[in-house]
Design a protein around this ligand. Structure first.
Ligand SMILES: C[S@@+](CC[C@H](N)C(=O)[O-])C[C@H]1O[C@@H](n2cnc3c(N)ncnc32)[C@H](O)[C@@H]1O
Ligand code: SF4
Length: 443
């Protein structure tokens, strides 16, 4: 196993998009983007919405997300105004605006539960006329900031999927990451969410945090399992203190070595698999019977910029700073700086594009292959494979990462750990690239 890690632990994209963001060609301007969205909405005017809330009350030292720390909720007022303006600008420019159906809204962050009741209401009311009957509302929740008033709003809008930032239950680990959050608080949060109509609950856990040991990770997972979450995201801690300043507050002496970190993952994974969870692609575990496990079993699993899902529209509109939007042939990311984002919207009504990509027909073909592999863990033998790709696949078979099954190459349990490496054989942008440090390690 060590040999496999040595061979395959490389800096590779996570393939949330193909091509990966550092390879985007920046070919879009606002006009081409709107034209592209209109084209893709012309058949079925259905879309998904992602809204980024870039505020948190307290800093978690490990955090790699785009957010700022603010004491007072009022800090978010101009941002909510900007979000509403961004949406109305879009509505004014969509040919099919009157027939629009919003299939889902995902509130992410930062911390959506930073917002108070009136801010949440003011943000969500603009979407009300367009919400479809089979709407899915999903929200990322920090148990430390969830209030009954927020729950009332989520209930009113029929939000049904919650993702809770847990990370670790061990008191010493919590101290080392500056995130004190008791088990009792999480018990109460889960029970309130269920009482308010949330049907699916995900826990975010991280391995590789300071002061973790195989025992503490095991204990955190066991405590998590007593609360019967439907999904568990088990993330590898990405420690990049050169780029992410707040991570310099982490005591690096307490971090696991690469081999210790792999043992933390392996231990946690075994604990989850032993409790009726199945592993879904990268980082995700789904309880048997949950919507993701059902989607996997029924071959309906999909992937979006927000992660794995069972339902996805052709068009995703990302509102807010850093948010990503996409259609089958274009990606674009909004201005990242929150102040700049608000200024831009105030001036023009439109968020400026930081980076973008217009997919070529070949990009679209390779993207489909990669996303299919990420979701089904299979490559059909009928796939159009060039000789070089076929050679690499054979090497994966020899190394035990893939096996030939029926009419496809199937990813093995070990192969799942190296899923990014397998996807990379379809990545035409990695060819001849010498500098791969813009990506995190593949395992
Ligand atoms: C936007 S946060 C979730 C919502 C909320 N802000 C919270 O923390 O409760 C998304 C998740 O990203 C993960 N995350 C943040 N920084 C990370 C890092 N450096 N490495 C790995 N995962 C990280 C955490 O598990 C976190 O729950
Ligand atoms: S982990 Fe969540 S709560 Fe903590 S700083 Fe990051 S976004 Fe905010």
């Amino acid at each position: 196993m060590e040999k496999l890690y040595e061979k395959y632990d490389k800096a590779l994209p996570r393939y949330t998009s193909y091509p990966a963001l550092p390879h985007w060609n920046k070919a879009l301007n606002p006009f081409i983007w709107l034209e592209n969205v209109n084209e893709h909405l012309s058949g079925a005017p259905e879309l998904d919405i992602y809204i980024h809330i870039p505020y948190c009350k307290k800093l978690c030292w490990y955090c790699g997300c785009n957010r700022e720390i603010a004491k007072s909720e009022s800090k978010a007022d101009p941002y909510i105004t900007a979000l509403r303006a961004e949406w109305s600008f879009l509505l004014r420019n969509l040919g099919s605006a009157s027939k629009l159906k919003i299939k889902s809204i995902h509130l992410g962050g930062g911390t959506p539960t930073f917002l108070n009741r009136s801010q949440l209401e003011s943000m969500l009311e603009v979407f009300r006329p367009y919400i479809s009957n089979d709407f899915i509302g999903a929200v990322e929740i920090d148990p430390r900031t969830l209030t009954d008033e927020q729950l009332d709003v989520f209930k009113e809008y029929k939000f049904s999927r919650a993702s809770l930032g847990i990370q670790d239950f061990d008191p010493e680990v919590q101290k080392q990451i500056n995130r004190i959050q008791s088990y009792e608080l999480v018990v109460e949060t889960v029970s309130k969410l269920r009482a308010n109509g949330f049907k699916s609950i995900n826990f975010d856990l991280i391995y590789g945090l300071p002061a973790q040991s195989p025992e503490t990770v095991k204990a955190t997972i066991q405590k998590s399992l007593t609360l019967k979450p439907d999904l568990i995201s088990f993330y590898s801690y990405a420690h990049l203190p050169e780029r992410i300043k707040n991570q310099r507050l982490i005591n690096a002496d307490l971090l696991a070595s690469s081999s210790e970190k792999r043992a933390l993952y392996e231990g946690g994974r075994q604990e989850l698999l032993g409790d009726d969870f199945v592993e879904i692609g990268l980082d995700h575990f789904a309880k048997k019977g949950s919507y993701l496990e059902t989607a996997l079993r029924e071959n309906k699993l999909q992937r979006s910029f927000m992660g794995y899902t069972d339902q996805k529209s052709k068009v995703l509109i990302g509102l807010g700073a850093t948010s990503i939007s996409n259609t089958p042939s274009a990606y674009k990311q909004n201005e990242k700086n929150v102040k700049e984002y608000i200024n831009q919207i105030t001036l023009t009504g439109e968020a400026s594009i930081t980076t973008s990509h217009l997919l070529t027909p070949i990009d679209q073909e390779q993207n489909l292959k990669i996303q299919k592999l990420m979701c089904t863990q299979r490559i059909p033998l009928t796939e159009n494979l060039n000789p070089r790709t076929a050679l690499k696949l054979n090497q994966f078979v020899i190394d035990g990462l893939l096996e030939m099954k029926d009419d496809c190459y199937s990813v093995t349990e070990i192969g799942n750990i190296f899923l990014r490496n397998i996807c990379a054989i379809f990545d035409e942008y990695l060819e001849g690239q010498t500098e791969q440090k813009r990506f995190s390690q593949s395992v």
